[in-house]
Every structure is written in C-alpha cells, then in structure tokens.
Design a protein around this ligand. Sequence first.
Ligand code: PLP
Length: 419
Amino acid sequence: MTASPSPVWHPFTQHALAPEPPVVVRGNGAWLETASGGRILDAISSWWVITHGHCHPRIVAAIAEQAGQLDQVIFAGHTHPAAEALARGLVAMTPEGLDHVFFSDSGSTAVEVALKMAAGYWRHTGEQRTRILALEHGYHGDTIGTMSVGARGVYNAAYEPFLFEVTRLPFPEKGREQATLDALEAACREAPAALLVEPLILGAGGMYIYGPGVLAEMAAICARHGVLFIADEVMTGFGRTGTLFACEQAGVVPDIACYAKGLTGGSLPLAVTLCRSAIFDAHYSTDRARTFFHSSSFTANPIACAAAVANLKIWAEEPVRGRITALGDAQEERLANFRDDRRFANVRRIGTIAALDLVAPDPGYLADVGPRLAAFFRDEGLLIRPLGNTLYVMPPYCTTAEDLDLVYGAIATAADRFG
Ligand code: PLP
C-alpha cells in the first residue's frame, strides 16, 4: 500500500484503492478542464450542484461585484442587501406559506436546522415531541444528526453508536404505496415531531423514484395528525425533477423546506431552511430561552448570497424551464435503448435525473463493479460516479444532445464490458 503524496484526504474516497485524482483547473458549461489539458464532461453536475453550467457569466459577475464590495459580515444582529434580496426572492418563488428564511452553509446543515426548528417548535408550544419519521433508503447528509435520520448502512456503520433513533417507514414502491401510508398513519398516532422526506426521489440512497400522489397523501396524513412535514429539497430543488421544486408536483406546501446545492447555481456553498410562520412564531418571544440557537461563522455570506440572487434572476429571465424539459426528453429518448436490455434493471427517470442499475451479483454501494465502472468512465473523459451498480446521469441544464450521446454511448460500452 503506498500513501498518497498529497496531504489531502478526499471525501467518500478509499485512498488505498483510488487512482490519482485529475487536477481540475477550469470549468465552462458542462465541461471541466484539467491541468494537463484534458476535458471531462460533468455528467453529474459535480455532485448535483451545478445547474446552469460551470462559471455561468451572470453568476461569475455577481460574485466578483459582491467580493469587491462586502466579503463577509457577522449575520447575528446585522444584515446586508444580498441576504435581504435573496430571502425575499425565495419566499416569492417557493410554495406559498414558507415565509421565513434561515441561512446556513450546506445541505446537511439545512437539514440539521430543520430538525432543530421542529424540536424547538414542539418544546416552545408545550409538547415534548422529538421523534422523527423518515423513509427507508433516505439520505440527508453526513453530520451526526443527518446520518441519524438517513438510512443505516455502509455510509454510517462505523458511527452507529453516535446516532439517535428514528422511525423508518417503508419506501413507497409503485403498487405498494399503501404500506407506507399505513405505517405513517400508525406512527403519527404516537405523536412524533415530524416526517422528513426527500420529495419524489431518494438520491444518494440509490435514486429511488416515487410518485407525487403518495407524496401528497403523506403530507395530508401529517397535516391531519398535526405532525410537521419537512421536505429535504437539497438535491431536488432548483429544477432537477422537472419543476422548480419537487413539492410543486404534489401540490404540497411543507412546514419546513431545505434547499442547498443549486441555490447558488452550484457556484458557492450556501443553504437555506424555510418555514411557515407557526414555526417562527413559536420561537418569537421576549423569553430569551426561546431564541433559535443555531449559527455558523459564515451564515448568509454576502458573496454566496449574491451568487444565489444571480441564480434567481437566471430562473426569472432565462428559459430555464424549457431547457429542463428538453434535457429530460433528450435523456428519455436515449434511455429507451436500455429499457429492454436485460443487463440493466430499473431504468428510470424523473425530470433531468436518469438512473439505471447494471445487473450485478452483489448489488449495492459496495458492488464490485462500482469502482471498475468509475474508472472506465474516467478513462472515457466522463464524470459519472456510480452508486455501486447504480448508474445515474444528472447533468447541468446546458448539456447538449451531443454531450448526452457521449454519456449514453459510454453507458452502452460499459454494459458490453461489465454487464
Ligand atoms: N440532503 C440531500 C437530499 C442530499 O442529496 C444531500 C447531499 O447529497 C444532502 C442533504 C447533504 O448536502 P451537503 O452535501 O451539501 O451537506
């Protein structure tokens, strides 16, 4: 075993097995460029964050302008125009009823904030409710709290003793949705604090898609029992599922919603947790013990907020919805070639996200074929990072038909080689 010459410890990377990483020096649209002049097609939007393409000129300009004006200011007891504009813009574009915006720095912290808001809401309204309901296969981040609410498995087995217990509901598989709804109904009778879900698609847990009908029914059950409904739209937000937000497709207004990744168009780390007035009001008091005790040093960093404001303008002024629909349709056409291919199972798509499972003797995140697939795509100049034997494509919205041909051509070759 040879140690990496670099002191960098990479995320979700087994250094004993990983090849030397490419040194990426430039990004433009759907493409990355390496120090040695190589080109890489970013077919997973660099961990699902890049929406309009790398280095979108309007976002780059907004960052530059803000950086020259105000780089950072403490956000406790202070505010700045970019945060105010962003908060107002988000309240206007998210489902009606989400009226308060709390800033943080990553998807995980947005979810942690949501859990703390839920706990605070119940405590301050006089009930000791802390039990969280969550879906099997869910993923909400890698902090202790978000690992607790995510599915248990290889990602978090080593940290199990640190994790708190949640009530896990079966995934609402097509045709078996009633089992989920029944389990939810039963769990709600025990007076839990909240149900936390990734709406319409569970991402890192395996790209499991479910329908808007069952999402709406889950929200309705929660409403009937007075259980808070938390939508983790960290991955699905900002267009991935074909609408601006996934909850729109179910006509659902969550009590609390989390957004991150595409919030800045993917350019800078920033997250928000929005909530209904009832949650804010439960904390609003002359009693200082009811303060919402959460912050991080860079809360609402002005440069990140300015990037997000530019992203909102792009949504308002450019034909982003048309691009998303076209990208979804173009993927559907190419996926059709794999639907009858017995080397693949569960060929599926929602909006701009496509996924298919290469049939493997040991399916799952640790499937033997996973690293071999990753190495193959890398050699082909493609950034595709399979989840074990599950291949997925989640490209930036500027990805062209020719780019997609490269992606799906490589997937076909991968099947010939490893299927
Ligand atoms: N929630 C969901 C649904 C996610 O997909 C992710 C990341 O992939 C997270 C939360 C965590 O976000 P972050 O990696 O920014 O902490």
